[in-house]
Design a protein around this ligand. Sequence first.
Ligand SMILES: Nc1ncnc2c1ncn2[C@@H]1O[C@H](COP(=O)(O)OP(=O)(O)OP(=O)(O)O)[C@@H](O)[C@H]1O
Ligand SMILES: [Mg+2]
Length: 269
Amino acid sequence: MARIIVVTSGKGGVGKTTSSAAIGLGLALKGNKVVLIDFDIGLRNLDLIMGCERRVVYDFVNVINGEATLNQALIKDKRVSSLSVLPASQTRDKDALTKENVGKVLEELGKTFDFIICDSPAGIEAGAMMALYYADEAIVTTNPEVSSVRDSDRILGMLASRSRRAELGLEPIKEHLLLTRYSPKRVADGEMLSVEDVEDILSIPLLGVIPESQAVLKASNAGEPVILDTESDAGQAYQDVIDRLLGDTVDFRFLQTEKKSIFSRIFGG
Ligand SMILES: Nc1ncnc2c1ncn2[C@@H]1O[C@H](COP(=O)(O)OP(=O)(O)OP(=O)(O)O)[C@@H](O)[C@H]1O
Ligand SMILES: [Mg+2]
């Protein structure tokens, strides 16, 4: 049975799409069949980050409206054949998605894929609720700052009350905390919340800590999810996330400021 995972946040611009792309590709590289769905109707970011924007012919709303089959709309990743993307439409037809028709699409995808990753739009309105409704698991993406943590807390309330699992009284959605854009130096300077602070407030298991990294912007400009940049700190941190999602216990990295050697303290760098 497919694991339906929503990547959600409440607050916008925290790294949901970046994380969806990295995690989707990372799971596929491990041999899993993965589909990434862009629920951010009207914005279409995921296909850019994945580098498949020129191949978009049909989209999620076309499938919902019966104008294309799933087979026609799914875009196979050019790097990993077990990964597909279902892009969002560029029209503002946000009301096209209903629980019923989204449910049908997910059911169909569940027959073929091991993982269905839903990249949620920001906020707590209809689009975000649709993205989380059918989830089995949620990756609650949070930056280490108060407004982001507060909005993540709000999303945790929604996961526990507005999801299908909540409605039917099933086992609750499994929650994971993904802390993104983490800067140990800014934590040390008292400008940002620490991992422990965020864990204390949200009280959900920590899935990963992704450092603030130049590699992310470089990767998104190139349409190559950052997990492919195996030299980069962010790429390695996402790799750890994949291992944890697949059941391994992996130590957390990139939580401390780098201790500068006496050489670099004297000569700079
Ligand atoms: N670890 C990181 N280091 C540096 N920049 C990052 C990191 N993660 C994300 N970003 C940057 O933050 C911005 C927002 O990222 P992204 O689009 O993934 O967020 P989002 O949560 O999907 O946004 P939206 O709510 O608009 O959908 C982008 O410019 C991205 O490059
Ligand atoms: Mg996004």
